[in-house]
Write a protein that binds this ligand. Structure first.
Ligand SMILES: NC(=O)c1ccc[n+]([C@@H]2O[C@H](COP(=O)([O-])OP(=O)(O)OC[C@H]3O[C@@H](n4cnc5c(N)ncnc54)[C@H](O)[C@@H]3O)[C@@H](O)[C@H]2O)c1
Length: 256
């Protein structure tokens, strides 16, 4: 493992589980102090414990809802006060509700946009008080922003907003030397995707996975670690000429 983040501080939202947890561990393995933000305090505490145990790294657990302006601003300010600086942000927090336009309740639509689009906006706005030249923001998109996926209307639309926001932010922040990129992951098996597999497999998640696999030319689903590696690259100085990029990590799913 390299030390691309030695002396740096990285904030990861939704870091209490899945891809966010893998990313917190990856940033720590490469030398970062990590601000571990999640709406579930037990998730943030678990990841913080893992960072400290596995990497002897510095980690700070933060409990906040990224859709709540006061909570997220307080959390970001606390991270900087405790960890001393802020170099990169991974806007990863997310939820996924299944449904077509006809069976998506309005509050589900609003909550989905609240977490993904508003959450990315609010977290970035709070972080920009602290990010300087060389700073990086990585936003979590999805292949659902790029191709149609059944029964994910609100989720797909919200991820589309995140991808569009990424390009807008990249242009606005380039003069300040701050880069903004998005990752569009293909399907990874995490707590978020279990209901999707269960629905596809008519109650049997393994059948749902089997049904999903043929869509993936590499013949497997992604892992949280696959996506965390891309996030670490985009947040690092190695990606210093990349901004406004929308990078797929999807086993070839959108290449066909
Ligand atoms: N797993 C996949 O196949 C996949 C594919 C493409 C994109 N993504 C995206 O990756 C991100 C992470 O997903 P995951 O699969 O690791 O899911 P996950 O459920 O394992 O983790 C998501 C984390 O976000 C937290 N969270 C949810 N709402 C929050 C809020 N309002 N404020 C703060 N934290 C909040 C949850 O508590 C949870 O710990 C999401 O944005 C998701 O849309 C996942």
């Amino acid at each position: 493992m390299t030390d691309r983040f030695a002396g740096k501080v990285v904030l990861v939202t939704g870091a209490g589980s899945g891809i966010g947890q893998a990313a917190a561990l990856r940033f720590a393995a490469e030398g970062a102090s990590v601000a571990v933000l999640d709406v579930r305090p037990e998730g943030a505490a678990l990841t913080t414990m893992l960072v400290e145990k596995e990497h002897e790294g510095r980690a700070l657990a933060l409990c906040a809802d990224v859709a709540d302006a006061d909570e997220v601003t307080t959390a970001v300010d606390l991270a900087v006060a405790e960890l001393g600086r802020l170099d990169a942000v991974y806007n990863n927090a997310g939820t996924m509700d299944l449904g077509s336009v006809e069976d998506t309740p309005e509050d589900t639509w609003d909550r989905t946009f609240g977490v993904h689009a508003r959450g990315t906006y609010l977290t970035s706005r709070a972080a920009l008080e602290h990010l300087g030249p060389g700073g990086a923001i990585v936003n979590q998109g999805s292949i659902a922003a790029l191709v149609g996926v059944q029964y994910l209307a609100a989720y797909s639309a919200a991820k589309g907003a995140v991808v569009a926001l990424t390009r807008a932010m990249a242009v606005d922040l380039a003069p300040r030397g701050i880069r903004v990129n998005a990752i569009c992951p293909g399907t990874c098996r995490t707590p978020m995707t279990e209901p999707l597999f269960r629905a596809r497999g008519e109650g049997d998640p393994e059948a749902g996975v089997a049904q999903t696999l043929p869509k993936y030319p590499l013949g497997r689903l992604g892992t949280p670690e696959d996506i965390a590696a891309v996030a670490a690259f985009l947040a690092s100085d190695e990606a210093s000429f990349m901004t406004g990029s929308v990078v797929t990590s999807d086993g070839g799913m959108t290449a066909q």
